[in-house]
Design a protein around this ligand. Sequence first.
Ligand code: FAS
Ligand code: PHB
Length: 389
Amino acid sequence: MRTSVVIVGAGPAGLLLGQLLLKAGVDNIILEQRSAEYVLGRIRAGVLEQGAVRMLEEAGVGARMHALGHEHGGFDLLFDGQRHRIDLKGLTGTSVMVYGQTEVTHDLMDARAATGGVTVYEAEDVSIHDFDGTAPKVRYRKDGQTHEIDCDFIAGCDGFHGVCRKSVPEKSIKNFERVYPFGWLGVLVDQPPLHHELIYANHERGFALCSQRSLTRSRYYVQVPLSEKVEDWSDERFYDELRSRLDPEAAANLKTGPSLEKSIAPLRSFVAEPLRFGRLFLAGDAAHIVPPTGAKGLNLAASDVHYLSTGLIEHYRKGDSRELDAYSHKALARIWKAERFSWWMTSILHRFPDAGDFGHRIQQADLEYLVSSKAAMTSLAENYIGLPY
Ligand code: FAS
Ligand code: PHB
């Protein structure tokens, strides 16, 4: 079997890249280790930058997003019992789109099926070979048969735990990492959101986030120690903890119901450098991880795919590989700015066990300055809506 590009991973990065390449006439095959149902069952991101919205429109999957998604012109920061609105639209002229990653993935899967793109789900033991040469290969097993695909390029879109980054020789890659001493316990529930916009709360008991997927489905998070087990958290215990971290009005508006999904996600900052190894390119969570506080994970996958798809398309269309050669440098420049913003949002909104009294006072001063300064709020807003590609 042969194709131009083998994409490993059918998450948002892989599916978006595959769709953009197909639309440009660059054939590709996606190999995904899980079933489509499993991929769709993962509950993850909820906020799209305008850049990601444009990428999805370019991929031909904007219609359902605009029909079901919701533009948000701001969000609230809650601390010391007071809510402060960050007016994204007023400060930057731009808003964000609240539309769940599950729906993005659903739309991209449907579009790929409609354009006849080949996705091999439940592909086992994917391995990548000879990517330091000019004739890379990818092998996988399916229904007991071993298959081999010859290709020109491999796109490693297989997430943090994928095989592609781990296939790069240690001497050729440098990893940068910070692991946070807490996680996010998240709940999805079919109840209307308690507020029309998101609320990020810094409370002495810990961070909380009130988000949403639609006018009838809400997504809530509370910061928990890494020692916590999701099975120790009944819905009632979760809602009580969430209420305790909110202001009275928000707490009174909380509508509870049986959780559709409940999980604890660890938080880490991670970047691999470079993002290119011969004919192998890393994109999305395979290349970097951000704490979800700044809502950047899915959005960084979109900008990586913008740079990589541009490079691949120009290579095939014009025989011009300059954008492909610039991929790692361009993507990393934007990645590190989003890493900084996500680290900063995490540092001012979470309670760190080792912060001490001085650390709490600095965090308090950070928050008070932030909501008192148009310049500071504009800086937050510019990063939250997404820096330019
Ligand atoms: P993904 O991890 O989504 O997709 C990688 C795909 O590769 C998966 O389908 C996997 O099954 C497949 N794969 C892995 N190894 C393979 C192999 N060896 N062979 C074949 N396939 C393989 N971001 C936000 O912005 N907001 C959030 O609230 C948020 N919450 C998150 C919660 C959790 C628990 C996690 C893990 C991430 C969260 N993120 C969030 C980040 C998340 O949305 C990612 O940024 C986004 O999924 C990135 O997409 P991909 O790069 O496609 O990676
Ligand atoms: C979500 O809705 O899952 C979400 C929204 C904003 C964030 C993180 C997660 O910053």
